[in-house]
Design a protein around this ligand. Sequence first.
Ligand code: IPE
Ligand code: IPE
Ligand code: MG
Length: 246
Amino acid sequence: MLDQSQLPRHIAIIMDGNGRWARQQGKPRIMGHQAGVRSVQEVVKCARELEIKALTLYAFSTENWRRPGSEVENLMGLLQTYLESQLDKMLQNQVQLRTCGRIERLPPKVRRILEKTMAKTAANDGLILNLALSYGSRDELLRATRHLAREVAQGCLQPEEISEELFSAQLDSAGLPDPDLMIRTGGEARLSNFLLWQLSYSELYFTRVLWPDFGREDFLAAIADYQQRQRRFGRTGEQVNDREQA
Ligand code: IPE
Ligand code: IPE
Ligand code: MG
């Protein structure tokens, strides 16, 4: 049973293992991505029901552009179909769509539907569904740094004024709390250029379950595991206990 008062506000997920799932079934990789869309739907539904504030899904990395053109095309097609099919549901369920990453690199058709969906759901105040698309954390950090450097060069900003808050506000995730919990499926224990700044103090959860097999029960298990952790943020365990009792 989950403790309703200790739910993560923001959960970030590296949805990995689609290709291996397909290989296990003797199917082409794209079938794994297709099956992965079902997991997205299930996890979004569950996050909404739990009233989680934000869910960031790593759907396509800057490095994923290195994949064969046909796979990239298939992924873009799936993204387009997913967005087209989900708009009504997002409106009904108060889901607000956001993105992080270089969406200007996506094919125009995909960009158009993304922009349309973001505009139509902008006023929704339920779950924030944040899709990381053509996203790389180093790229995001460099864009933020260049922006601030330009302001310094123009004389509108003093280097000393660059605080954690000011820097965070330049990232694509501006306005979102840092993820409390980061889940990676598919068995790899690495971050693959995902939210390096924002995950500084997140609880990390790695599972061998391949993304297409990841469902409601796995999601709840990850949150239950998170609730067993003591988040100390540098303090001692005793200090944290004392604060909780106060
Ligand atoms: C994750 O599954 C989906 C994307 C990266 C787009 P993979 O396609 O990476 O699956 P594996 O790691 O090859 O099994
Ligand atoms: C990470 O998965 C990116 C996404 C899930 C979108 P990859 O499968 O691309 O990661 P690596 O390259 O194996 O680390
Ligand atoms: Mg992978």
